[in-house]
Ligand binder design. Structure first.
Ligand SMILES: Nc1ncnc2c1ncn2[C@@H]1O[C@H](COP(=O)(O)OP(=O)(O)OP(=O)(O)O)[C@@H](O)[C@H]1O
Length: 446
């Protein structure tokens, strides 16, 4: 969709501060009547900008079709069509043609007055720049894309270009790249504290980072964690949406050797899985633009608890790990039964625990990037045919509950002891010898 109208609030957005009708009449060029200085779009003639070739020109001169509302109206610049008239100074009402008998939306637009417009009369393909967060609801009411501008910096060339570039691919990107105004529920939209002026989520403390993403606390929401992909670009979106649509519908997607497809499938799986288990907060996967927020999982990582520091062959360490593994399998099973998703990366760094008397009593699974569809038919756990990236998918495998538990306990204990071998806490030989017989680990009782 090509953007046809670019609309700006002026106060604190195009210029700093608020145009004060009672003061603008002062100064060398002021007319004796204050009102004369304010006629229509005069302020925009006084306000000059570099119009190319180092020539300063009135900013309004740079606009092809302008529609300027003063004081109690709104300002629209750079209009390339719609029902706008050219160079016709207006106040609020004539600025949008409206029909008798149509249902009107009444809204406060930029300034104090109520302006009545109909969605039909406004072209949907518009961007509106404003530093006032409360204007964000125009997105909901009119489908107009809203770009919240930082009051301190105003609309810089960068902010302007970035907003327009997001739409230059010819697709309806306007729905996707502005998480602030497009992807969130009304309640989230109201919580403007969580988002920075340019529409990105407001990040809190860095929790950790992997090869592809960084995880942060959400500054405005103690119950959310935000993951920001390190190498996301807008150009990837079209392909991402294709891949997401496939796996969302329950079909496997095979990424082959394409690095891009592998990367996108990894993201798509994480979003789909989080969505399935009800932990995705924003955006809707279809609106993904390089970040997402998810529910913050409670509990403590096991490595932060005192007993974890014991030697890997000590009884206290093994009891701790065994309890943790069984609690984790409980969770994996629970998610399969409730949501039809099997977490397939449940090593102990991806699980938090509630602790009691130094022992874990409840597990919480993190990191749903490696997880596949699975169902339980009351006899067997049956793995779906999702394709995993960089890992065997083992599609169609069936397990009785006992086999399933053994499968996971074996995987977890092996992963944990291999990590201890890598860390040098135990020797390779001792570790391998130890992993030959895991019978004690399968029995839940200590
Ligand atoms: N939903 C969550 N709730 C609480 N903490 C989380 C959540 N997601 C991630 N974290 C924390 O952020 C850290 C980094 O998470 P993330 O999943 O991005 O990285 P990773 O697992 O280290 O790397 P990779 O993405 O390569 O698996 C985790 O170790 C965990 O402590």
């Amino acid at each position: 969709m090509t953007i046809k109208i670019i609309a700006f609030e002026v106060d604190n957005t195009l210029w700093s501060g608020i145009l004060d009708e009672r003061k603008i009449g002062k100064g060398r060029n002021a007319a004796s009547n204050v009102e004369d200085n304010l006629e229509c779009d005069r302020a925009l003639w006084y306000y000059r900008a570099n119009g190319g070739h180092d020539k300063s020109r009135p900013i309004i001169d740079l606009v092809t079709y302008d529609q300027v509302g003063v004081g109690k109206s709104f300002t629209r610049l750079d209009s390339a069509g719609c029902s706008m008239t050219t160079r016709q100074p207006t106040n609020c009402r004539p600025s949008v043609r409206y029909k008798r008998g149509a249902k009107y939306l009444t809204m406060r637009w930029c300034c104090q007055s109520k302006v009545r417009v109909t969605p039909a009369d406004l072209c949907i393909d518009q961007i509106f720049f404003d530093s006032n967060p409360s204007s964000k609801y125009i997105r909901e009411k009119l489908g107009i894309r809203f770009e919240l501008v930082n009051k301190q910096s105003g609309v810089t060339w960068d902010v302007y270009q970035r907003a327009l570039e997001r739409d230059s691919s010819g697709t309806d990107n306007s729905r996707y790249d502005t998480p602030f105004c497009t992807s969130l529920s009304s309640a989230e939209l109201d919580n403007t504290d969580s988002y920075t002026p340019d529409g990105q989520p407001d990040l809190g403390k860095l929790l950790g980072e992997g090869k592809f993403a960084k995880a942060y606390d959400a500054a405005g929401d103690p119950e959310a964690v935000i993951k920001v992909m390190k190498s996301w670009t807008t150009e990837l979106r079209r392909r991402f949406l294709e891949i997401y649509a496939i796996i969302k519908d329950g079909h496997p997607f095979k990424p082959g050797n394409s690095n891009n497809d592998q990367y996108l499938l990894m993201i798509a799986l994480e979003l789909r899985n989080l969505y399935m288990v009800g932990q995705l907060k924003a955006p809707k996967p279809e609106d993904f633009s390089g970040w997402f927020s998810m529910m913050k999982v409670g509990g403590t990582p096991l490595w932060k608890t005192p007993l974890y520091r014991k030697h890997p062959f000590s009884v206290t360490f093994q009891r701790l790990i065994k309890t943790a593994c069984h609690l984790t399998v409980d969770e994996i099973e629970d998610y399969v039964k409730k949501y039809g998703v099997e977490h397939r990366d449940a090593h102990l760094a991806n699980v938090h625990f509630t602790m009691q008397d130094n022992q874990p009593v409840k597990a919480y699974l993190l990191d749903w990037g490696i997880a596949v569809r699975m169902r339980y038919d009351r006899e067997k756990y049956i793995r779906g045919d999702d394709v995993l990236v960089w890992q065997k998918s083992e599609a169609g495998q069936k397990y009785s509950p006992e086999e399933f538990r053994r499968y996971w306990i074996t995987w977890m204990v092996t992963t944990e002891y291999e990590a201890n071998i890598r860390r040098g806490s135990i020797t390779e030989r001792d570790g391998r010898e130890f992993l030959k017989d895991l019978d004690w680990w399968f029995l839940r009782s200590i």
